[in-house]
Design a protein around this ligand. Structure first.
Ligand code: CAA
Length: 261
């Protein structure tokens, strides 16, 4: 429906929305207009009744080569601070209640790596090129990399990566738990991401949203509070129609027909 300049939007599978970053000349560098388009597409997927899960990808060569260095170069402290530069990127994690799968091939550097880390599930190719090279530009990660990468790989490895700016491969990303799965080619990666999104889209939307919400709580809460939060949401789901539908179907050996209520 929209004519975007820097992204492509599609519904490749039943219940699945896809955003493809499409700024090939700059290896999908994340300029402000691109982020605005991404936010707008995700907001539309969030409010669409036909979409249950979202895949975010780039090209085979680049998921995203970072924030746009040419846009940032002349920025002053005052403009960055008063305009809350990069804050709008967080909309990805706050506005979208539906699961987001990042499918990463090629470069995922700086803000590109950070964007991928914001996804609920990260898949990548074996040869993907992740890294936080900001130190080489005289700056530091600004879209959550120092926090999310550290939670994903531990302090010592995150320090090494962020202080040296050296990259890590898709294979390492999978070994370290940054990526859930690794694929041999871009085609297999995209198929894998869409398959998983379609699987998720086949479940009760109420349950899926609750599952995403409680897993995300584990990143913010201490264990006891997190377990208690999970139990409250688990209790609440006994108020959903889909819990009755799902458990009745199991007893009758039938496939559940979700109401999503
Ligand atoms: N911003 C703006 N333009 C970029 C870009 C970026 N992050 N990354 C690549 N480009 C542009 C290049 O300037 C080049 O444009 P021109 O053709 O007009 O010169 C085009 O994309 C193709 O890039 P290369 O010719 O450099 O391609 P390559 O294959 O030789 O190298 C690369 C690929 C290793 C990814 C290299 O482009 C590179 O190092 N890019 C920058 C990576 C980086 O430092 N990212 C972190 C940015 S800081 C940040 O993200 C802050 C934050 O935390 C939010």
């Amino acid at each position: 429906s929209h004519n975007y300049e820097y992204i492509q939007v599609s519904e490749p599978r039943p219940g699945v929305g896809q955003v493809t970053l499409n700024r090939p000349k700059a290896l999908n560098a994340l300029c402000t207009p691109l982020i605005n388009e991404l936010n707008s597409a995700l907001r539309e997927f969030q409010s669409s009744d036909s979409i249950s899960a979202v895949v975010l990808t780039g090209s085979e060569r680049a998921f995203a080569a970072g924030a746009d260095i040419k846009e940032m170069a002349p920025l002053t402290f005052s403009a960055a601070y008063r305009g809350n530069f990069i804050e709008s990127w967080s909309e990805l994690t706050t506005a979208l209640k539906k699961p987001l799968i990042a499918a990463v091939s090629g470069h995922a550097l700086g803000g590109g790596c950070e964007l991928a880390l914001m996804a609920d599930i990260l898949y990548c190719t074996r040869g993907a090129n992740f890294g936080q090279p900001e130190i080489k530009l005289g700056t530091i990660p600004g879209a959550g990399g120092s926090q999310r990468l550290t939670r994903a790989v531990g302090k010592s490895k995150a320090m090494e990566l962020i202080l040296t700016g050296k990259s890590f491969s898709g294979e390492e990303a999978e070994r370290w738990g940054v990526a859930a799965r690794v694929f041999e080619s871009y085609e297999e990666l995209l198929k894998g991401a869409l398959d998983t999104a379609e699987t998720i889209a086949g479940y009760s939307r109420v349950a899926v949203q609750a599952a995403k919400e409680v897993v995300n709580k584990s990143q913010d809460l201490a264990l006891r509070d997190g377990v208690e939060y999970e139990r409250r949401v688990f209790h609440a789901l006994f108020g959903s129609q889909d819990q009755k539908i799902g458990m009745k179907a199991f007893a009758e050996k039938k496939k559940p027909e979700w109401s999503h209520q």
